[in-house]
Write a protein that binds this ligand. Sequence first.
Ligand SMILES: [Zn+2]
Length: 429
Amino acid sequence: MRTVLRGARWPGDVAVRDGEIEAVGSVPEEPGDEVIRCDGDLVTAGLINTHHHLFQWMTRGRCAGCDLFGWLVELYPVWGRLDVEDVRAAALVGLGELALTGCTTAADHHYLVPRGDDSVFDAIAHAARTIGIRLHLARGSMDLGESRGGLPPDHVVEDVDAILASTESVIERHHDGERVVVTVAPCSPFSVSPELMRESAALARRHGLRLHTHLAETLDEERDTLERFGRRPVDLLDDLGWIAGDVWMAHGIHFDDAEVARLGSAGTGVAHCPSSNARLGVGMCRVVDLEAAGSPVGLGVDGAASNEVGGLQPELRQSLYTARQRAMRADVFMPPDALRLATEGGARCLGRDDIGRLEPGCRADLVVWPGADLADVPDPLAGLVLGPDRRARHVLVEGAHVVRDGELVGADRRGLRRELAERARRLWP
Ligand SMILES: [Zn+2]
C-alpha cells in the first residue's frame, strides 16, 4: 500500500511505498492510498545526528562553569558509576528527544565501558529499536588512564586487546548496515594510545566500517598533543592513518588553512556541535571553509552534559548563528545550508547515500513539521531554521511512524523521564 503525505506547504505531496520515497511534489490520487494530511506543514528529510553521548543524559546540569578538561575530570568518576540500566534509561530518553525533534538517524559515541561490561552496547541498540530510529553505534574506547599520561582515571579505561575483542563482538551482535550500523571509535587523542588508534583503524577497515573520534575540540588538546608527541592533532592523526575518507571526527575546530585543505582533499568529515561548543567555550568550527574544501560536515547535538537541550532541530539555528559569528558576516550560511548540514551533510559523514535527501529512491525517513505559526513567513524553510524551536508533528522511518501527533509511538516519554530522574538522583553529590 502507498502512503501519501498530502498538502504540505513545502514541498507539496510526498508519496511513500515499501519504505522508499516514490514521488515528491504533486502526487495524483490512487485508490487505496493511505493519506496523512499535512496542510500548512513542512516536510523535510529526517534529520541526522552525527555525534552524541546518550549516557550523558544521566549527568545534566553539572560543571556549568568548567572548560572541557575540567568538565571531563569532574564527570569521568560519575560516569564510571553508571550501570547498564542507567545507560539504557539515558539512551531511551535521549533517542526519544531526538525523534521528537525530527531526527531519524543518530550516531552515539559510547566510550565508557566500566568493568568491561560491553552489554551497554546491547542496551543502546535495544533502545534505538524501541524508539524506532536508525542508530550508528560507535563502539568508543579509552585505554590511556592517568597513570600513563592520559586524562581519565585508570578505573574507567580498558586495555587494547579487550577493546578490540569487544568491538569485534559488538559488530557481530549488532551491525546490519541499515537500522544499526557499527562504527569503531577510540575517544580522543588525550584518552587513547597511538596503538589503539592504529589497531582500531585496521579493524574497521577489515570490516568495511567507518571510524569516528574527537579531534581539535580545544586549544588545551592542541597543547597536549604538541607536548606529548611534538605533533599538532591533524599531523598526529595523519601519522596514524586517520586522515581519510572513511573517518568523521567530532568538533574539528582548531585547524589552520593547510589542515582544512588536507581534510577536504581526503574527504574526512566533521560533526559540528555548535551548542556544545558554545557551552564549553571552545571556539567555532570553520564549517564554511571545510565544506568549500570538500569535507562532509554534519550536525551533532553532542551529549546532554554539554548540550542540555538534547534536541536536533534547535541546532539548525545555532549552526547558522555560529557560522555568521565566526565570519562576522550575515550573508554567509543561509537557512538551506543549515538544513543541508542536518540532512545530506550528516548522511555523507556517516557514509550513507540512501538517507538525508527528499528524493525518489531514498529511504522514506521523513519529518512533518507543524507550520501554522509560520503562516506569516514568506519562506517556510527560513522559518524552520530561524524561527521558534519546534517539535515534529510526525516522524517516519522507512515509511513507518516513529512519532505520531507529537508523541513517540514506541515508548511513553513521560515514564522514561521519570525513570531516568530516579536513576540520576542517586548519583547526586
Ligand atoms: Zn563528544
